[in-house]
Design a protein around this ligand. Structure first.
Ligand code: GLA
Length: 386
């Protein structure tokens, strides 16, 4: 992302003065999908792509925001009870409201921002936007008194309250806490996490973007979450002596006990989540031993579960997964919320070129366009650039 590009637009669309520039990344996730809102584990890392915003307080009580990519300008009062209609602006509006609740005296500001995370690719462009503004407002108006975790939660609350996606905390966590060259294993129940240096010799991580737009808003994403919560409620009702907050607190036996009560669909969803929790732990062990074959095998298992049990895949992503398997790729799966977007692939150096060429050719022959190849570079989290 180019600082001069953002600055030139900021100068052009406002009064010629410059402000501070902030950046926040999108994320990848090695494994641990749909586990965050179930109190499980995730394994994300920030990427070298994200959102960059220039911001300058304007002495008013109005936010004037310009999206460079969409060429759209929106204004709203800092204390507006309703907020703007445009979805991109609602992320900024939501962050303003949540930061005010955290005691930050947010005043009016001018901002122009741009992004290089592909939209709707499952790489968390929205979390990058939220985290960028949460970090910036904390710096500009809050003397950096708000903790990083509260910035994460402000982003999540924005999704829940102002956008309508009942997401977990993985994306905002990765965007705020990311570190160059490191993945992070986060326990979403306790919020404890560890950094894992990730530089597998002889392998590459690459995303293939199917360009099937994934849109979590108004999508069955919230239905998946509801299914999981139904199962937890059923297990809690059957075990009044226990304490069950999320599927993390439930065992395979308890899930089987309530199978008839919750019905096959909710059962399948929860079955995937329990399996995914185990897979993340198996991957952590394998990574410590440098056993990438096991990591890859678990990635395939996750894909299978996301496709058949959680049902968040689509034909195009299943097709990319099949090509990976046929080409001897070590691991491949849908990444992120699903319903489109990317596969993440762990590929041995010696099969990389064949796989990429094959994926492009076969996908284009079937769907009329090539998937976009995005080599993964693990980058830093939210930061002030200047
Ligand atoms: C989206 C959500 C995350 C997480 C993933 C699936 O990216 O924002 O909270 O649930 O889907 O793992």
């Amino acid at each position: 992302m180019d600082i001069e590009f953002v600055r030139s637009r900021f100068i052009k669309h406002f009064d010629g003065k410059t402000g501070n520039i902030y950046a926040s990344p999108g994320r990848i996730n090695l494994i641990g999908e749909h586990t965050d809102y179930n109190g499980g584990f995730v394994f994300p890392g920030a990427v070298d792509k994200g959102i960059m915003a220039e911001i300058r307080p304007n002495g008013l009580s109005t936010v004037i925001a310009y999206s460079i990519d969409l060429k759209d300008k929106v204004e709203f009062k800092v204390d507006d009870p309703v907020g703007p209609r445009a979805t991109w602006a609602r992320y900024i509006y939501g962050i303003v409201q949540e930061m005010r609740k955290l005691g930050v005296d947010v005043k009016g500001f001018n901002t122009a921002f741009a992004g290089d995370v592909p939209l709707g690719a499952g790489m968390s462009s929205s979390a990058a936007l939220e985290s960028c503004f949460a970090f910036a407002l904390n710096d500009l108006f809050g003397g950096n008194k708000v903790s990083k975790w509260d910035l994460v939660l402000a982003g999540q609350a924005t999704e829940h309250k102002y956008v309508g996606v009942n997401c977990g905390i993985m994306d905002q966590f990765a965007s705020v806490f990311g570190q160059k060259g490191k993945l992070m294993r986060l326990d979403c129940r306790s919020r404890e996490f560890e950094y894992f240096p990730f530089d597998p010799k002889g392998y590459k991580l690459v995303l293939l973007n199917s360009k099937v737009k994934h849109e979590l808003k108004g999508s069955p994403y919230n239905d998946r979450r509801n299914s999981c919560e139904n199962v937890v409620r059923a297990i809690a009702a059957a075990h009044p002596e226990g304490h069950f907050e999320t599927l993390r607190d439930c065992t395979w036996e308890q899930l089987d006990e309530v199978r008839a009560t919750v019905g096959e669909e909710d059962y399948k969803r929860a079955h995937f989540v329990l399996g995914e929790k185990d897979r993340v732990l198996a991957v952590s062990d394998a990574l410590e031993k440098g056993d990438y074959e096991t990591v890859g095998q678990k990635m395939y298992e996750t894909h299978e579960g996301l496709s058949k049990e959680y049902e968040v895949s689509c034909e195009e992503l299943d097709f990319l997964n099949e090509i990976a398997k046929a080409d001897g790729v070590t691991g491949s799966r849908i990444m992120g919320g699903g319903f489109g977007g990317c596969t993440i692939n762990l590929v041995k150096d010696e099969v990389y070129d064949t796989f990429i060429a094959d994926a492009k050719e076969k996908f284009a022959a079937k769907y009329g366009h090539e998937p976009v190849v995005i080599p993964v570079v693990i980058g830093d989290g939210s930061r002030k650039i200047c």
